[in-house]
Ligand binder design. Structure first.
Ligand code: MN
Length: 246
């Protein structure tokens, strides 16, 4: 099995390192990942600036660092760098959760979306907490999951997986979930640079609130691995069916 690995945190991060090394157990791994952090770039692609590709020997012997986004990496891999389409694409392991409303900002999920759009069975995987990340647990869980399950996803569908940060043995199991909500207290920080000019920094407190039953957020909060099948069609089909006039 040929496996393509990407991420949005950059090629030198712990998450992609442990993921790529763990996936060796299942096949031949190629890493094509951003040279620098690209978190929250979503599925942007670079087409008005040049991209540089640098061959690396880390985290696996066939690794390429790209001066672009996760979508750029997958685009380049599928249409230029790889001799044949991979059998599987895995994007991650992200340093924090990619659940609820955050999914639409996520570069990690976008890497898997680019794969799904091109007909490659694709998975995005993230550490389910902002602190105390357990990439070892997430990567070992994924290898086990892939050994036990043959991915047979419908067209333009990917799996978005979030793994609680604990020992592998402490996971309560896994649940198929829907995309829930992440409630942030969004904040804009206004500061002054050393030259007296204003600048702004976007952020907020960590998500709070009661998660919906059956959602990704709820599953991870309760110690389950969350597996959300995501599609690429953003149409509100139920509203369209109702007439969608207003
Ligand atoms: Mn990230």
């Amino acid at each position: 099995m040929n496996i393509l690995v990407t991420n949005d945190d950059g090629i030198e991060t712990e998450g992609i390192k442990l993921l790529a090394q763990a996936l060796w157990e299942l096949g031949d791994v190629t890493v094509v990942a951003p040279a620098t952090e690209q978190s929250a770039v979503s599925r942007s692609i670079t087409f008005r600036a040049p991209l540089r590709v640098e061959h690396r020997n880390e985290p696996v012997s066939r690794a390429f660092a790209v001066s672009g986004t996760p979508a750029d990496c997958v685009f380049l891999a599928l249409h230029h760098l790889l001799p044949q389409p991979p059998d599987l694409l895995v994007s991650g392991i992200n340093t924090g959760p990619n659940m609820g409303d955050d999914i639409l900002y996520s570069g990690t999920v976008a890497g898997a979306m680019e794969g799904a759009l091109n007909g490659i069975p694709s998975i995005a995987i993230s550490a389910g907490a902002y602190r105390g990340q357990r990439y070892d647990t997430a990567s070992r869980w994924l290898v086990q999951f892939l050994k036990e399950n043959r991915l047979a996803l419908p067209p333009k569908t990917l799996l978005n997986i979030n793994v609680p940060c604990c020992e592998l043995e402490e996971l309560r199991g896994s649940q198929y979930t829907f995309q829930g909500h992440t409630h942030y207290a969004q904040k804009v920080f206004k500061r002054e640079d050393p030259w007296g000019r204003e600048y702004y920094w976007l952020g907020g407190d960590l998500p709070a609130g009661k998660p919906d039953a059956g959602s990704d957020v709820k599953a991870v909060a309760e110690g389950y691995v969350s597996i959300t099948p995501l599609g690429l069609d953003l149409t509100n089909h139920s509203y369209l069916k109702k007439g969608a006039k207003t």
